[in-house]
Design a protein around this ligand. Sequence first.
Ligand code: TYD
Length: 199
Amino acid sequence: MKGFFLTLEGLDGSGKTTQARLLAQFLEEKGIKVRLTREPGGGLPGVRDLLLKGEALSPEAEYLLFSADRAEHVRKVIFPALEEGFWVISDRYLDSSLAYQGYGRGLPLSWLLQVAKEVTLGLQPHLTFLLDLPPEEALKRVSTPDRLEKAGLEFFKRVRQGYLELAAREPGRFLVVDATRPVDEVQTTIRESILKLFP
Ligand code: TYD
């Protein structure tokens, strides 16, 4: 595999989407081929509405829908781009499911990981930026909450804690960034970390 697989994770409102876009711009200016993508919806676009606007689903159904999208995303978008030497930047990936459906909704991580092994073909990001934000701040920043965001503060607290635990378990892959700082400062930190890895 020739490319590089990078993901951005964090609570809703943490600024992932803005940071992903700025990072893609920076890399493209350096002559790197970039494929910017996202979950949910990167593989099966219709899944977004079903998950975020539809009726409340069981956590199991929710996870399997995110997984169906991810299976398509990995096979049709991420792997082909990596094979062609692109840097793939995904706004959310498997860690979102572990944090939201695992820590947030209480599904056993062992089951999530078992399913994920087949779904992702074992593909792990080379690098993951966790944009860390207190849940109170995250909720304040979300203007029109979708169904998952309506789950409220206690849910967000569990998700944040989950993300921090995931990051602590894999310090070689995760970089935790303080997302309460201004957009340009967060972006500078992200760029500097990448330049350290690829001087
Ligand atoms: P996203 O579109 O990234 O929303 P935002 O831009 O507000 O962060 O994600 C939509 C929601 O889907 C978000 O609340 C997180 C949730 N989600 C999961 O619960 N599990 C998953 O596996 C993924 C990919 C997203």
